[in-house]
Design a protein around this ligand. Structure first.
Ligand SMILES: *[C@@H]1O[C@H](CO)[C@@H](O)[C@H](O)[C@H]1NC(C)=O
Ligand SMILES: *[C@@H]1O[C@H](CO)[C@@H](O)[C@H](O)[C@H]1NC(C)=O
Ligand SMILES: *[C@@H]1O[C@H](CO)[C@@H](O)[C@H](O)[C@H]1NC(C)=O
Ligand SMILES: *[C@@H]1O[C@H](CO)[C@@H](O)[C@H](O)[C@H]1NC(C)=O
Length: 543
């Protein structure tokens, strides 16, 4: 028995030793931030005349679709606790706070005929408070909470949304553009369109595969482009800010890298997931990726749709109008999938027609030994972040990439050493990409605090700050990861030897939480230790 344990201990010790001496520095002008989104944290769902969004509608009418049947009516109550939120961003030494505006807090019915002064004031105060502490606001105009009244007209599938979204964007650019210098039009169009319309995964939960998600994508791209042109024509020269879009994908690793078929499936999956929105905006030639256009046209024809592809076509003029409409490339990524081709004849796995069938690629995480997290879909494979950034660099060579979301979930607790490891590992991967020539200019951790996580309710936690959802004022307490991120952000340096213990504030909060029996069960200290060793071993293997 000892014969076996000793070499393992020695291996661990040597890894600890080499990791401990490992500090790595980011470029001096690197931009650090932390993110949140309106529906996930604000609460105040009908406060001061706020209108109903598709998430209010979904959670109120179909609570059975939410893992814990709960909703974001109050959530972390940032509608009232925003000053504390700003304090937390400050404590983290984050230079940027990325948050989103709730459309129906500003325009209760979605249209400009009815503007809520209370809504404008809320965001205006938040922005002023951030600026008071020298924190740069980075504002997402749309992060999934479509006005329910506009959804009743078809939401993003109705081209009417383009001028209406533009009206909303114009108002917020007029109201806040004097103080906000970084704008994102739309967060994760893939999730908006495929997960909201193609699947039953996100509001509005159409679960209608193969057709409406492409209409959605078409209108999202046009609406995005119109807002960017408006910003450039009317606001950018006076206000001097930047505007872009944030897209998302997992890294798509070929299941068997030696297989041409798997490598092609991986490339196809990246073109469908990311290229769908990135290619029209960031490529030299514009338009959807060729492989998407051809496959969906061919399959539509085979399926009896005739010459009208389910993927709508842009006119030459529209292609030009959309191309180049971003000052930065925003990317959200959390994990990696293994990908293989859906057989030679693309049958069996997926509904026909559907986005996944059009893509003809199957994703899995079976058989990998990557550490798991609080979310079934999220496994820890930092090399995937490096590969994804390299792919974006090769494909589009954008001069300015911002990692606008990256982080990991657990099921609760303040001693989140697994999250500490995740951040150290993923930031190392980002730095590897920078050192290999990728223009990553900033990184925003997801997320500032435990939040309402959409269809999984409050069961999965991504926060650097713990939120006590049972306390009247939603008390926030820094987790260990918050202390580590504060150190990274302050020093521009990852330092594996920096492993703080809980401070006074955290110990008091922890005691309070456990006496009130509110502390969710976690893997506990031994879990955390084995986790952190896994992280160190992974790091040692990667370098
Ligand atoms: C404007 O919105 C408020 C708050 O939702 C609502 O009470 C009011 O009836 C709306 N007014 C119009 C003209 O739609
Ligand atoms: C689409 O069909 C055309 C004509 O049959 C064929 O040449 C082409 O390879 C197909 N493209 C794809 C991506 O399947
Ligand atoms: C298509 O693939 C399925 C599953 O791999 C197989 O059972 C079937 O025989 C194939 N059909 C054709 C026409 O190749
Ligand atoms: C609310 O928060 C304040 C600190 O901001 C704290 O002193 C107070 O005890 C909290 N109240 C409750 C009921 O938790």
């Amino acid at each position: 028995m000892f014969k076996f344990i000793l070499p393992v201990l020695l291996l661990i010790a040597s890894c600890l030793d080499s990791a401990a001496s490992q500090t790595r520095r980011f470029p001096d002008d690197f931009r650090w931030g932390v993110g949140s989104s309106s529906y996930q944290i604000e609460g105040g769902w009908n406060a001061d005349g706020k209108g109903e969004s598709i998430w209010d509608f979904l959670t109120h009418n179909y609570p059975e679709k939410i893992a814990d049947k709960l909703n974001g009516d109050i959530s972390a109550d940032s509608y009232h606790q925003w000053k504390r939120d700003v304090q937390m961003v400050k404590e983290l030494h984050a230079g940027t706070y990325r948050f989103s505006l709730s459309w129906t807090r500003i325009m209760p019915g979605g249209y400009k005929n009815n503007v809520s002064t209370a809504g404008i004031e809320y965001y205006s105060n938040l922005i002023d408070e951030l600026l008071r502490y020298n924190i740069t606001p980075m504002v997402t105009i749309y992060h999934w909470d479509m006005p329910q009244r506009l959804q009743e007209l078809g939401g993003w599938t109705n081209p009417e949304i383009i001028p209406v979204f533009k009206d909303y964007a114009r108002l917020v650019l007029e109201m806040f553009g004097d103080r906000v210098k970084t704008w994102t039009t739309i967060n994760e169009p893939l999730h908006v369109c495929e997960c909201g319309y193609g699947l039953d995964y996100m509001a509005p939960s159409y679960n209608y595969p193969g057709i409406p998600s492409y209409l959605c994508g078409h209108n999202v791209l046009k609406a995005h482009a119109e807002v960017v042109h408006m910003y450039r024509e009317l606001f950018q020269s006076q206000q001097g800010g930047r505007i872009g879009i944030t897209m998302d994908t997992s890294w798509m690793e070929p299941k068997d890298v030696t297989s041409t078929e798997d490598r092609e499936a991986s490339e196809r999956a990246l073109q469908f997931y990311l290229g769908w929105f990135a290619h029209p905006i960031f490529s030299k030639e514009g338009n959807y990726p060729k492989v998407m256009i051809e496959r969906i046209r061919n399959l539509s024809k085979e399926q009896g749709f005739g010459d009208r592809s389910r993927l709508p076509e842009f006119t030459a003029e529209e292609i030009q109008r959309i191309r180049g409409t971003a000052d930065f490339f925003g990317i959200n990524s959390y994990t990696t999938k293994l990908v293989y081709s859906n057989g030679h004849n693309n049958t069996g796995k997926f509904p026909v027609p559907s986005f996944n069938h059009d893509m003809g690629a199957v994703e899995t995480q079976k058989g990998v030994d990557w550490p798991s997290s609080g979310s079934s879909w999220l496994k820890v494979y930092p090399r995937g972040m490096y590969n994804l950034l390299m792919w974006i660099h090769r494909e589009y060579n954008p001069p300015r990439i911002l990692v606008t979301e990256n982080g990991v979930s657990d099921r609760g607790g303040l001693e989140d050493y697994a999250r500490v490891d995740y951040y150290n590992l993923y930031l190392s991967a980002v730095l590897d990409a920078i050192e290999d020539g990728v223009n990553v200019k900033g990184y925003m951790a997801w997320s500032l605090m435990d939040s309402y996580e959409w269809k999984v309710g409050f069961s999965e936690k991504f926060g650097l700050y713990h939120v006590d959802f049972n306390s009247p004022n939603r008390t926030r307490t820094p987790k260990v990861s918050a202390l580590v991120m504060a150190q990274i952000y302050k020093t521009n340096t990852i330092d594996w030897s920096y492993r703080p213990k809980l401070n006074e504030e955290q110990l008091v909060a922890l005691a309070q939480l456990s006496t009130e029996n509110q502390q969710p069960k976690t893997s506990g200290a031994s879990g955390a230790v084995s986790w952190s060793l896994t992280g160190l071993l992974l790091l040692a293997l990667l370098r």
